[in-house]
Write a protein that binds this ligand. Structure first.
Ligand SMILES: C[S@@+](CC[C@H](N)C(=O)[O-])C[C@H]1O[C@@H](n2cnc3c(N)ncnc32)[C@H](O)[C@@H]1O
Length: 162
């Protein structure tokens, strides 16, 4: 987990490690695409920059909807289904331009997206969902992936090995 500085840090007002608490989010736009809605960059974004936070209700069981996002290593999820927040519109790609990381901000865990390469204005923001399909669940087919990447694996979900 990454940790943001708090009010006692030596950097004070000039500290660059307070991006999330200062809501230094990028300009983004929601648009209709063949996957429902998608989220698009409305300005150029540099590799490594903070893009947006995944917001929702924090719950202690899997909400079992497409907007549930798990905190890695914790039995906690963010359920974005009821919130009209933009980050829940980010679609999956097999070759994503963003990644989500867990940050501790003033002692609280937050799920945030960062650019993993330079992104130009107008480009769709994507991340790798990491969804899995249990091997025992052979009757279910995965969701056909429409990411269009050369490296596309065909479905959003990967089949679990064991
Ligand atoms: C968290 S939502 C993403 C936003 C969604 N498109 C919407 O309109 O709210 C996840 C759902 O979006 C769709 N989706 C996301 N990425 C996709 C992809 N690469 N190919 C096909 N459908 C995708 C699937 O229906 C998935 O269950």
């Amino acid at each position: 987990m990454h940790i943001e500085c708090d009010d006692n840090c030596r950097g004070g007002a000039g500290c660059s490690n307070k991006r999330i608490q200062r809501c230094k989010v990028k300009k983004v736009k929601k648009k209709r695409v063949e996957k429902g809605f998608g989220l698009f960059a409305d300005e150029d974004i540099q590799k490594g920059e903070y893009v947006i936070e995944y917001i929702g209700k924090i719950v202690n069981k899997d909400p079992e909807n497409e907007y549930g996002m798990k905190y890695k290593d914790f039995h906690l999820w963010v359920d974005g289904s009821k919130k009209n927040a933009l980050a829940k519109r980010i679609n999956h790609s097999c070759d994503p331009n963003c990644a989500n990381h867990m940050w501790a901000v003033k002692g609280m865990p937050r799920l945030c997206f960062f650019a993993n390469r330079n992104i130009v204005k107008g480009e769709e923001l994507t991340f790798s969902y990491g969804w899995t399909l249990p091997k025992k669940d052979l009757k279910r087919k995965g969701t056909v992936c429409l990411c269009g990447a050369k490296s596309c694996s065909g479905t959003i979900e990967k089949v679990e090995i064991s």
